[in-house]
Write a protein of this length. Sequence first.
Lengths: 183, 300
Amino acid sequence: MTGLIIALVIIVALLAWVVMVYNGLIQSRNKVKNAFAQIDTQLQRRFDLIPNLVETVKGYASHEKELLENVTASRSGYMNATTNAEKMAADNQLTSTLKSLFAVAENYPELKANQNFAKLQDDLKGTEDKVAFSRQFYNDAVTMYNNKLQIFPNNIVAEMFNFKEEDLFKTEEAAKAAPKVQF
Amino acid sequence: MFDSSKKNKRKTYGIVSLFLVFLAVIVYFIMTYCFEVSGTIALVVSMLLAILTSWASYYNSDKIVLSLNGARPATKEENQRMVENLEGLCIAAGLPVPKLYIMDDGSPNAFATGRDPEHGVICVTTGLLEKLDSNELEGVLAHELSHIKNYDTLLQTIASVFVGFVTILSDLFFRIGINVMSDSDSDNKASGAVGLIGFVVGIIFLALSPLFANLLKLALSRNREFLADSSAIELTRNPEGLISALQKISTDTDPLEQANKSTECMYIYNPIKNKQGKTSSLFSTHPSVEDRIEALRNIH
């Protein structure tokens, strides 16, 4: 009789432990998902600035066609992207085209003096930083989740319920994926 | 990489438990030596009062502190760079964006307040905005944000309440306890040699207790500064920014005009500058800048 009770207690304790680990893993995974969505929110805000930028530049430097087209292309690259990596690639593309755009803007004193343009320039810089920060937040969340997943004995529970490791976001990866964007 | 912050958290728990033990011992001494009913009532009343006042100040701490320091809210139009930077850091920390205030003062400094991240407030001086570059400013903002993230402001409040308790208790003892002793000459607990020795130890202990309590509070605050520094680097991934900010702030000669003792421990750098003694002493709220920079360099 006592043997049976002891066995029951052990089973209940084991079950409780499995539930605890399972819930912990779910929480961490949801945090990763949330962090993932954060990156997209920041990217969205960044690309929302583009039409306004193109309009402003057109008013002063309409013959810099190629540059403007590149900027617009990176935006449509973002719109058509389905995976996060593709979106990040479009963002990298945008960052480099913006660099040349702002370099060219040096040749147009009137454009440079335009307040709207200066504000857009600041906004784009700000959103660029925020994309980087959100990526950092995502990587932190993924590291925490992966640690939880791989640590013994959690890995047994993770295996049981088929939890998969998440990938870290590396800037080189996004850069490698860059040529995929169609122009 | 961020082991130092873990060690620091353990240290904090250690100090808080020391506080609790300390408080228990004091209560024990008082209970032993003054059992008069009026004393007990006075004790309860004063404790309730202490809790009530600290509760009120806890809920309004941000408003009180800001009005004490004469700060105005920062606008996105005026300080776009800083506001955007803070928003970015909050994304990285996964925190709501605290309110940002600016204080008109030439001395570069900053502080954080608010009872939890939802009510966080960060305040910077105009001197800080003028004298620091964007990397350094980011380091300072991250440091203040870390104070909010680590609930340091809450801890500071709790510590102050403890100190208040201890002071009130020891004060009470000397008012009531001594009376009890002189009143009861015949059959009291403090007869006999052992009772007398205990009584003397108790008196010495109680006399020094406010001092000990303050020392513990200061040790706690120094610890939290290290922790906030290392958390800040976790956010910015750029120790150099905070290091050079600390160097600039500490070598600046402008005194903070608005600084007063009550808000001292909240600043990134002790606003009340003393010329003597650069090393961190038992009585300072902040570790020395040299120690902090040393700790920052060891993070890697």
